[in-house]
Design a protein around this ligand. Sequence first.
Ligand code: ZN
Length: 223
Amino acid sequence: MEHNTAAARDESRQPTAHDLEVLSRQLGRPVRDVVEIPARCVCGNPLVAATAPRLSNGTPFPTTFYLTHPVITSAVSRLEAAGVMNSMNDQLAGDDRLATAYRAAHEEYLAAREAIGQRSGIGPVPEIDGVSAGGMPTRVKCLHVLVGHSLAAGSGVNPLGDEAIRMISEWWTADKCYCDGAWDTAGEAPSRDLSRHGPQGLPEIVGRPAPVRKSAGTTGVPE
Ligand SMILES: [Zn+2]
């Protein structure tokens, strides 16, 4: 069966029409520009959506891995509410080996995004070169981003994403299906984008106008 592994992985990455409908129900809004499903529940439903590094409207989009499963997103929100990001930032500041591993996770994120850009025919997106998400490479600003990355990359790549996954084991573990009742399966799937993009770790460069510079000042000192 080993010869089938790569092909099976490619096939399972491809979002089906059913996947896109499930994603819309999980998020309560239609999804846009999803190019791959990098992590799935044991039952096959998406856990994470991979968004194209450049949206179809031309906007560069650095946040590639978006956690979609409501059971996991709410469990991770509990960690955030409990202050886990603060303790992780303290850990990062005091542990060189962890800081190095976290920086490597950032690099892996960039490489994975580039590969997704290539596979989806989008190519390089120079505007977001070196920009990952979630606070990487030196801070923790969004645990959803780190968990999404860990689920997509597999364990051993993002140490803090892995740690957050261990911390939610009371509510979610990879070996079981938690889909039943986790989202509304009755009625039509959301078809209008009412909520815009969610708050998961969008860096400041997205959706924000470029800073206005005063024209050629003489001192360069802000007034
Ligand atoms: Zn499931």
